[in-house]
Design a protein around this ligand. Structure first.
Ligand code: MTE
Ligand code: MO
Length: 204
């Protein structure tokens, strides 16, 4: 009977498990597309640092060596880009945002975070969506140092939001009282960006 079913038909079929993990309007990729709004920065590790600032009692900065000594976790997560590709089971080694936050005293009026990167990219996130394991700063992908095109030396990963929220070449987090649009958010992309609600553009 299998011979009666066209190859194309079988090719389009996917196990229900995969189907269930694809947010609406997304298709599956197995490669790892590169999407960058500008050139790839190449900050030497001895000049790299990571800072938490804004509405915190006192800002904290880690050098690369200090950052490497922070406790890490491995995460295996699905990622979805607003351009409609989804990649399943991406594997990262990362420091959770919870670990970073343990080093600062956040002002209780802080409710939003601006992630900022080398090259000027920014993206905004609600603080309560960055804690409890929901967001991490990764420096290895697939057991190898994160490649510069994918955000190395380190990038934010926030798997439950569209991948533009996962700032490549991240250098810090700034805590804010009010929500402010980052780079893509001020160019018409959704202020929040939940792929399960198809929050692609402002107005969605
Ligand atoms: N600094 C920075 N971070 C960024 C971007 C960027 O242009 N600059 N692009 C965003 C977008 S739109 C996506 S889909 C992902 C792409 O990450 P990738 O190139 O590793 O697939 O990074 C996000 N983070
Ligand atoms: Mo994207």
């Amino acid at each position: 009977m299998a011979g009666l079913i066209s190859r194309g038909f079988l090719g389009r079929r996917r196990p229900a498990e995969v189907e269930d993990r694809l947010p609406p309007g997304q298709y599956l990729v197995t490669d790892f597309p590169v999407l960058s709004a500008g050139p790839t920065p190449h900050t030497p590790l001895d000049r790299w640092s990571f800072t938490i600032e804004g509405l915190v009692r006192s800002p904290v900065t880690w050098t690369w060596d200090e950052f490497q000594k922070l406790p890490t976790q491995t995460y295996t997560v699905d990622i979805s880009c607003v351009t409609k590709w989804t990649k399943l089971d991406t594997k990262w080694l990362a420091v959770s945002v919870d670990t970073l936050l343990a080093a600062v005293q956040v002002d209780p009026i802080a409710r939003y975070v601006m992630a900022y990167s080398d090259g000027g990219y920014t993206t905004n996130l609600p603080l309560d969506e960055m804690v409890k394991g929901q967001a991490f700063v990764a420096y290895q992908f697939d057991d190898k140092p994160l490649e510069p095109v994918h955000g190395g030396p380190a990038r934010l990963v926030v798997p439950h939001l569209y991948f533009w929220k996962s700032a490549k070449w991240i250098r810090g987090l700034r805590f804010m009282e009010r929500n402010q649009p980052g780079f893509w958010e001020s160019l018409g992309y959704h202020i929040h960006g939940d792929p399960w609600k198809e929050e692609r553009y402002s107005g969605d």
